[in-house]
Ligand binder design. Structure first.
Ligand SMILES: Cc1cc2nc3c(=O)[nH]c(=O)nc-3n(C[C@H](O)[C@H](O)[C@H](O)COP(=O)(O)O)c2cc1C
Length: 363
C-alpha cells in the first residue's frame, strides 16, 4: 500500500532521511533502515577538505506557548520553531565513504540509498570532480545521486546554492553528471531564488530525473537582548546559516507548488518541516512522489525511529479512511488549487467591508 515507484526506483514507503546529520555515518544509516525509512540520502560527499566551525553546528529555536518569546535556550514546555545550522558537507572523505556505501547497500538491498554529492563548477577539473564522485558512489551500489546545488553557507562562488542560483551553471553541472551516471539524478535546489521555476527548468533541460526542494533558507540566529550576542556564535561572530524545521514548511510548500504546476509530469521530492504525515500529505497533494526529513529526525534519537513510525502509520490510516490504494490516487490532487491572487473570488458589492474582518484587523 505504501510502496511507490519514484524515478524508476521502487521504494517500500515514500519517506527518506534527508542529506544531513541523520545520514552522516554507516551506523546511523543502518539504524535508519532498521527503523523503517524507505530510503536515505547520505550526508553530502565532496572532494574538497571540510573544516566545520569551532562550536555547535546546529541549534534549535523554540517558542514559549501563549507568549511571543523565541529563544534557542533549552527550557521546558516549549514548541519547536525551527532548526538553524551552519554545518558544512560531510567532513569524511570519499575514500571513507566508498566501502561504507557498499556495505550499507549489501546489508539493505531493498532500501533506497541515494548518494548526495557536491563539487565546484568553476573549471573543467571541478566538473570532473562531480563525475568522479558520481561514478564512485554508483559503483558502490548507490541507487540514485542527489546533486547538492543548494548548501546556503558556502563562501565559494562556484559551489552550493551559488550554483543553484545560476540556471546555466546548474545545467552544466547536471549535464556533466548525467554524462557518466547510470542511475537517476536528483537535483537539490536552493529556495533562495526569485523564481525557482527558472532553476528547475535548467535542471530538467540538462537531464535531471527529479528535483529535490527545499534545502534550508538563509537566515541568522536571534540576538539575545540580555547579552547582546547572537544566540549562536563563535567568538561573537556569526555568518548566514540555514533555517529548517516547522517554520519552513509553508515556505517550502510555496516553492514546491510553483514547480509542480510548471512541470506536472516531472518527479519531485519534498523537504522542509515534515514531522508527521499531515505535513507530508501537503507535499504529496501538491505533486511530490517522495518526502524527506531532517530536523524532526535529528530530535528523535538522531535518526527518527518514532518519526518514521508516525509517517507510515499516518499514511496507512489516511489511505484506509479515504479508500486510496496507492500514492498515485492522491498525488497532485491539490496542485491546481493554487492560483493567481486575482483568481480568488471577492465578496459581491455590499458585502465588501474593505477586508476589515478577521484576526489581526481592527473591527
Ligand atoms: C545540520 C544540518 C546539516 C545539513 N546538511 C546538509 C547536507 O550536507 N546536504 C544537503 O543537501 N542538505 C543538508 N541539510 C539540509 C536538509 O537536508 C534539509 O533540506 C533541510 O534541513 C530542511 O528539512 P527539515 O525542515 O526537515 O530540516 C542540512 C540540514 C541541517 C539542519
Amino acid at each position: 500500500m505504501l510502496g511507490t515507484v519514484f524515478t524508476g526506483l521502487r521504494f517500500e514507503n515514500p519517506f527518506l532521511l534527508a542529506s544531513a546529520p541523520p545520514t552522516e555515518s554507516e551506523s546511523n544509516i543502518m539504524r535508519a533502515f532498521d527503523a523503517g525509512w524507505g530510503g536515505v540520502v547520505t550526508k553530502t560527499i565532496g572532494l574538497h577538505p571540510v573544516a566545520n566551525v569551532a562550536g555547535p553546528k546546529t541549534k534549535f529555536l523554540r517558542a514559549t506557548p501563549d507568549s511571543p518569546h523565541l529563544s534557542m535556550q533549552k527550557r521546558p514546555g516549549t514548541a519547536l520553531h525551527s532548526s538553524w545550522n551552519w554545518e558544512l558537507i560531510s567532513d569524511k572523505t570519499l575514500d571513507w565513504w566508498i566501502p561504507r556505501l557498499g556495505r550499507i547497500k549489501k546489508a539493505h538491498p531493498a532500501k533506497m540509498l541515494v548518494a548526495s554529492i557536491m563539487a565546484g563548477s568553476g573549471s573543467d577539473e571541478e566538473l570532473r570532480h562531480w563525475q568522479e564522485l558520481a561514478t564512485a558512489c554508483q559503483d558502490q551500489g548507490a541507487d540514485a545521486l542527489e546533486l547538492n546545488l543548494s548548501c546556503p553557507h558556502m563562501d565559494r562562488k562556484d559551489m552550493g546554492s551559488n550554483i543553484g542560483k545560476d540556471p546555466e551553471l546548474l545545467s552544466v553541472v547536471t549535464q556533466a553528471v548525467k554524462e557518466v551516471s547510470k542511475v537517476p539524478v536528483w537535483a537539490k535546489l536552493t529556495p533562495s531564488t526569485t523564481d525557482i521555476v527558472v532553476e528547475a527548468r535548467g535542471a530538467f533541460l540538462a537531464g535531471a530525473d527529479a528535483i529535490t526542494s527545499s534545502n534550508t533558507f538563509p537566515s541568522l540566529p536571534l540576538i539575545d537582548p540580555e547579552t547582546l550576542e547572537f544566540e549562536m556564535n563563535v567568538d561573537g561572530l556569526v555568518s548566514s546559516g540555514g533555517l529548517g524545521g516547522p517554520a519552513i514548511l509553508p515556505l517550502s510548500l510555496a516553492k514546491m507548488a510553483q514547480m509542480t504546476q510548471a512541470f506536472p509530469d516531472r518527479s519531485f521530492s519534498g523537504i522542509g518541516g515534515v514531522a508527521e504525515f499531515a505535513h507530508a500529505l501537503n507535499y504529496f497533494l501538491l505533486g511530490c512522489g517522495t518526502v524527506q526529513v531532517c530536523t524532526a529526525a535529528m530530535l528523535d534519537h538522531a535518526v527518527g525511529p518514532n518519526v518514521i513510525k508516525r509517517l507510515t502509520a499516518g499514511m496507512t490510516e489516511t489511505m484506509e479512511k479515504r479508500g486510496w490504494a496507492s500514492l498515485d490516487d492522491f498525488r497532485g490532487a491539490m496542485r491546481e488549487r493554487v492560483v493567481a491572487h486575482s483568481k480568488i473570488r471577492r465578496p459581491d458589492g455590499d458585502a465588501y467591508h474593505g477586508g476589515y474582518e478577521g484576526e489581526g484587523y481592527a473591527s
